[in-house]
Design a binder for this molecule. Structure first.
Ligand SMILES: Cc1ncc(COP(=O)(O)O)c(C=O)c1O
Length: 402
């Protein structure tokens, strides 16, 4: 069959994307999908034969390559091999999964935990398992795509509120008929802006309107709270989140996602959530690495503190140099550029000077709000951060945003 007709919508989408990518490549403005050849120490990588300072990593505590975590992964391969015997509900469960889930539950101070093979699958599957057609879900407008997709898949009535606006959230909650089940869901730290949800405000409203609260801690575990336990610890509000979601792919240098919470809910998810029942279990090496990483966070608390100091240096230094970094308070530091093309150009200038940053453009962020989404980690040293900021400053001047 000939699919190359101009009126075929699949072909139109493919061609539009290929054209956009080809034009960027031709102008040396394409920076996605670049493979890293190897790690060079904690905060540098080899890319295209060049050693670059890594300022786009989610490994907030610098745990990728940690010897104890690597060792745990190797031992798991020796004990279990590289795969599992299937899905968790059937033959795919291993003792290391159980041990990981107990570790997560203890870390998050919850009764129990369940893991999935990605954070994306966790949000998709859990929101759509908990909610049905007659329920309501209310989501911050800047929530991660996996939350949005989970809300849509659930079939529940999907309401969104202006980013971090508690009066908008309250008016959404008021809209819901009495007696209906309602879930409020939000990122703890917003993945494109680095700011925090008004957590005390959300908790108060959930209590007032009898709403369940689900918080995605992808970018707050290891980042917020004195011991890195996340947003509840940060605000001194233990045991306020009903559904504690997180990923094993950011601060935790592995892959996967989890939910921690009440035992009955976790048991329900084990028997009802499709990503657990119909998708292969986490590989043993990844489960063991994740378990070891939670232990390292608690055993090496200096990392959490160092990340906090580094984030402050990076945010303050970029602001002082004249950049707009929005309201970030964390390791995710947006450097606002405006047009997509400006974000691509500043990336090129920075990467040509061996600072690995990446652009985020629409539709991932609103049009005209394209940015560098720079990150800093506990693996960086103060003088490295200073050097990287000088490079970003030089690049910013070349493209004319400062
Ligand atoms: C807030 C948030 N939630 C969920 C995810 C998905 O997690 P994963 O990459 O582990 O699938 C991400 C990933 O970027 C994220 O930023």
């Amino acid at each position: 069959m000939d699919f190359n007709r101009d009126d075929d919508t699949i072909i139109q989408r493919v061609q539009a994307m290929s054209k956009r990518a080809a034009e960027s490549k031709q102008a040396d403005l394409y920076f996605y999908n670049q493979p890293i050849s190897e790690l060079r120490g904690g905060a540098s990588v080899l890319v295209n034969g060049r050693e670059m300072g890594m300022y786009a990593s989610y490994s907030y505590l610098g745990l990728i390559g940690h010897p104890r975590i690597n060792q745990a992964a190797k031992q798991a391969v020796d004990r279990y091999g590289t795969g599992t015997h299937g899905v968790r509900l059937l033959a795919g469960s291993l003792e290391i999964h159980q041990a990981l889930e107990e570790t997560i539950a203890a870390f998050k101070k919850a009764e129990a935990a369940i893991t999935y093979s990605s954070g994306y699958a966790t949000n998709l599957s859990v929101i759509s398992t908990l909610l049905g057609r007659n329920d309501y879900v209310i989501s911050d407008k800047l929530n991660h795509a996996s939350i949005v997709d989970g809300c849509m898949l659930s079939g529940a009535k999907f309401l969104r509120f202006q980013h971090n606006d508690m009066s908008a959230l309250e008016s959404r909650l008021r809209q819901i008929p009495d007696g209906s089940t309602r879930l409020v869901v939000s990122d703890a730290v917003f993945s494109m802006d680095g700011d925090l949800i008004d957590f005390p405000g959300v908790v108060e409203l959930c209590r007032k309107y009898h709403a369940w609260l689900m918080i995605d801690e992808a970018h707050s575990v290891g980042v917020l709270g004195k011991t890195g336990r996340g947003i509840e610890e940060h605000f001194g509000m233990e045991d306020t989140i009903d559904i504690k979601m997180g990923t094993l792919s950011k601060t935790i240098p592995s892959v996967g996602g989890y939910i921690a919470g009440r035992k009955d809910i976790i048991d329900y998810l084990r028997h009802s959530s499709r990503a657990y029942i119909f998708s292969a279990a986490l590989p043993p090496a990844q489960a063991a690495a994740a378990k070891a990483a939670f232990e390292v966070i608690l055993d090496e608390p200096w990392r959490v503190e160092k990340l906090r100091v580094n984030s402050r240096q990076f945010i303050d230094g970029l602001k002082k140099r004249g950049f707009n970094t929005l309201n970030t308070e964390t390791a995710i530091v947006p450097v606002l550029c405006g047009e997509d093309e400006t974000a691509y150009r500043i990336t090129r200038e920075a990467q040509h000077r061996d600072v690995f940053v990446l652009p985020v453009v629409s539709p991932a962020v609103p049009p005209e709000l394209a940015r560098l989404r720079a990150t800093v980690t506990a693996a960086h040293e103060p003088q490295e951060i200073e050097k990287a900021m000088n490079v970003i400053e030089e690049a910013g001047k070349i493209v004319g945003i400062i």
